[in-house]
Design a binder for this molecule. Sequence first.
Ligand code: ZN
Length: 214
Amino acid sequence: MKNVLFIAPLAGGKGTQSDLLVEKYGYVHISTGDLLRNVNPESELRKEIEKIILSGALVPDEIVVNLLKDKLLTIKENEPFVLDGFPRNIEQAKKLEVLLKEINRTLDVVIYLDVPYEVSLKRTLGRLSCPKCKATYNKFFKPSKVDGICDKCGTTLVHRPEDNEETFNLRYETYLKETTPLIDYYKNLGKLVSVESNNVEDTFASVVSVAKND
Ligand SMILES: [Zn+2]
């Protein structure tokens, strides 16, 4: 299987598709968010990261790239990986390229999950989750049997306050501004494949056909 990076708008299905690759094809999921969260709490690096986050700044690329490098070096050469959360812009994409060359790895294909704005919005606004068993639902696409109640454990479902239209639109604008050039960048490198993201199964079938070695 090929090494993959997903690019997708908010609620574009990146997480779900990555999980399926892990589950069905033995991919290693590399999420830079997780890497940052998992830094040893006793380390100097952790203190530095916490200071940066508290100040409201973004963690510098150099720190993320170093964590990424350590993680990639733990992966066996025949194990495919899927990248999540990095790169988000061209500058980071170039840094990733340098890193991969240095450790003799490649990013083989960039899969753009194509989701219309309206669907992305509805998926976000409809998102509900169970605070007890962590099951997830969607008011529009995957409702619980009884409105607002978890099917599995009967707990009242919660909706995250940040999943509102105003916040969504702000984040969507940022996404477009940063990601459109990134899409063009990978298109020029001949690595971009666009996949229509509709229901999970059909989308995954397309993803697998792209990610399989020829
Ligand atoms: Zn539940």
